[in-house]
Ligand binder design. Structure first.
Ligand SMILES: O=C(O)CCC(=O)C(=O)O
Ligand SMILES: [Fe+2]
Length: 413
């Protein structure tokens, strides 16, 4: 058995660690049964399931007493405690953020859409789970990670043998190399093995915990091999504002767990961490709307204590501010956004606590940073998620927190 510190070191160094028996042998059957029920319900609910190549189901809509074991499993020592370990954080500073299952398609896909479609990027293209429009440019995220460590861990845990997932070890700590970029730009290059890639081979019950900034590839989806691979996410609080920052679980799910159980406590603690972060975001956004730069900087220092890497946090704040602004515009226009959409429930809560004038002022200030993050051409760079965009995939090297604040608040730096 690999030593605890070795797991963390390997996670930092290579960006992934394969762990045998993440689902203990005596839980494999019950997890398979619970996930089979989830998938059966997702199938019934989703008319497009049979024609979706990248079939996957979020467990949340299908949780009840028969399937709650999927949630309980995600809160066990492995994977929950191991996630805290690899992210070097106390369990009290860690939240489970999402529980879903990756499945085989029910037909044989012929062609895979190339990356950068108007709707996004299919995971069967090499990618990092980063979108410049949603998360910011890679350089800023790498600088933050180098100074403060990663803030998000993702898992694939196989309930049946799975060798779909490939990674480039160590690529989470660097930009895409010239050799990789050349292949990714060439025809079919995002859908063929990249030099130095490793196939993550998982036996039933085995799992891989990985940094989703890694270059990775869902190589081939086929109907001929059953795939039920548990897909989990965990994030830290109090260190950085990770690019993968949203909570995809509603608070109501905790009622399904027995009162006072350790799993319920972990889950509820995670929701409390999100609530506290939202209170801080509201405080920061009110400070921006009031043009109170000192109060804004104090809030920023609470959200991201280390000044090194703070630019990434500022950039992520601009993304959240943009969402708050567009949500307000939609609401004023009478549109209704489903609370089931990613992060919308908490975003709505934040939005409802700011006046329209505050939201407009917030965006007036953050749009200055937003403009700095755009170029005048729309492109897609292979190796990233999302559609084509005019947001920069790499950060302009002149950008600093001080420079950005000066521009946002029209002061001399
Ligand atoms: O199918 C896989 O294992 C890869 C999935 C993936 O990369 C993603 O969902 O972003
Ligand atoms: Fe991915």
């Amino acid at each position: 058995m690999i030593q605890d510190t070795a797991i963390k070191e390997k996670f930092l160094q290579d960006g992934y660690v394969i762990l045998p028996g993440v689902v203990p042998a005596d839980q494999l059957e019950s997890q398979r049964n619970a996930y089979e029920q989830i998938v059966a319900r997702a199938r019934r609910h989703d008319a497009t399931w049979y024609t979706t190549a990248a079939a996957r189901a979020n467990v949340v809509p299908y949780l009840d007493k028969d399937t709650v074991g999927t949630l309980e499993f995600a809160l066990q020592e492995t994977p929950f405690g191991v996630s805290a370990q690899v992210l070097d954080c106390e369990a009290q500073k860690l939240a489970l953020t999402s529980v879903s299952v990756l499945c085989n398609p029910e037909f044989e896909p012929t062609e895979t859409p190339t990356s950068g479609q108007s709707w996004g990027t299919d995971p069967r293209n090499w990618h990092r789970d980063i979108r410049p429009d949603h998360d910011g440019p890679l350089d800023a995220l790498l600088a933050d990670q180098e100074a403060n460590g990663p803030g998000y861990a993702q898992w694939n845990i196989a309930l049946h043998e799975d060798s779909v997932f490939y990674v480039i070890p160590g690529s989470h700590r660097r930009l895409t190399s010239e050799v990789e970029a050349m292949q990714l730009q060439s025809e079919g290059g995002t859908q063929a093995p990249l030099s130095g890639c490793v196939c993550v081979e998982l036996q039933p019950g085995d799992g891989v915990v990985y940094n989703n900034m890694l270059l990775h590839w869902g190589s081939k989806y086929t109907q001929h091999k059953k795939r039920r691979t548990i897909h989990l996410g965990y994030r830290t609080f109090g260190n950085i504002l990770p690019h993968q920052r949203e909570c995809r679980l509603p608070e109501s799910v905790s009622e399904l767990l027995p009162a006072n159980s350790p799993q319920r406590r972990s889950l509820e603690n995670g929701f409390a961490l999100f609530r506290r972060e939202y209170a801080l975001l509201r405080e920061i956004f009110c400070a921006v709307a009031a043009d109170d730069v000192a109060r804004f900087q104090a809030g920023l220092a609470l959200l991201h204590p280390n000044s090194a890497g703070r630019l990434a946090c500022l950039i992520v704040l601009s993304k959240i501010a943009k969402n708050v602004f567009s949500l307000r515009q939609e609401i004023e226009a009478g549109a209704h956004r489903s609370a089931a959409a990613e992060g919308v429930a908490l975003q709505q809560q934040l939005d409802s606590e700011l006046t329209t004038a505050e939201v407009e002022k917030l965006w007036k200030r953050f749009s200055v940073l937003d403009d700095m993050l755009r170029s005048d051409e729309t492109t897609h760079v292979g190796g990233f998620l999302g559609p084509s965009t005019d947001y920069l995939f790499a950060e302009p090297s002149w950008m600093t927190v001080e420079g950005v604040l000066a521009a946002m608040f029209e002061r001399s730096p």
